[in-house]
Design a binder for this molecule. Structure first.
Ligand code: HEM
Ligand code: HEM
Length: 166
């Protein structure tokens, strides 16, 4: 679920940036609609992941890891669960701006709320801010994973790969 999430998050960024660079309004709207669908999928997958995680047997961090690094790892991981907040901000912006949300062009979400210009603008500002904070946190997180793999060589990265035994 971790690596599927990474793929979906990368795709969500890629399509929304592609929408900004699209040649026509129709193309741009299509990319935004795919972005919304990917974002909602990330939300559902993350809920499922947290439920799974609460019952799963997880690999512990290496016993010799300094407390400061344990704290940094935990803080980063909690921040990455902003994956639940971010789609809700996007959803709030889309609904209150009066947009339709076509999940992969198959299911259309009901309107749920009326139009609200102020709320819509606030939600998209927060959505943009969280998007850039998330990019930074993911970069720090990925760099830390590489540090474990290449410098400490302590098996933290291997424990996340499919087929890992612990
Ligand atoms: C983890 C999930 C998500 C991530 C990482 C994400 C990230 C982003 C990013 C990077 C942008 C561009 C910000 C900018 O222009 O500077 C954006 C814009 C936007 N997002 Fe999301 N988003 C997510 C989920 C959602 C969801 C679930 C929805 C709606 C249901 C949504 C709706 C939008 C809309 C409407 C825009 C503005 C697009 C435009 O320029 O017209 N997002 N998002
Ligand atoms: C190149 C990208 C990435 C690499 C190399 C990577 C690597 C890792 C590694 C090695 C761990 C295990 C750390 C531990 O056991 O404490 C981990 C955990 C975790 N990663 Fe990533 N990761 C990447 C991208 C992401 C992304 C995009 C997200 C979410 C936005 C994410 C969210 C998490 C979370 C929440 C955990 C804690 C374990 C859990 O709660 O499931 N990672 N990652």
């Amino acid at each position: 679920m971790h690596w599927v999430t990474l793929f979906l998050v990368a795709a969500a960024y890629a399509v929304v940036w592609a929408s900004a660079a699209a040649a026509t309004k129709q193309q741009s709207a299509l990319f935004v609609q795919i972005h919304r669908s990917l974002g909602m999928t990330i939300f559902v997958l993350t809920l499922f992941r947290l439920a799974w995680r609460s019952r799963a047997r997880l690999p512990g961090l290496p016993a010799d890891l300094p407390p400061i690094q344990i704290m940094a790892a935990r803080a980063t991981q909690y921040l990455l669960y902003a994956l639940l907040v971010q789609p809700m901000l996007g959803l709030l912006h889309s609904i209150t701006s009066g947009a339709r949300i076509d999940l992969f062009f198959v299911i259309q979400l009901p309107a749920m709320m009326g139009r609200d210009k102020v709320l819509s603008k606030t939600a998209i500002s927060a959505h943009e801010l969280v998007a850039y904070v998330m990019l930074f946190v993911v970069a720090v997180h990925a760099a830390a994973a590489l540090f474990h793999h290449l410098v400490r060589r302590d098996g933290v990265m291997k424990a996340m790969l499919p087929g890992a035994r612990f």
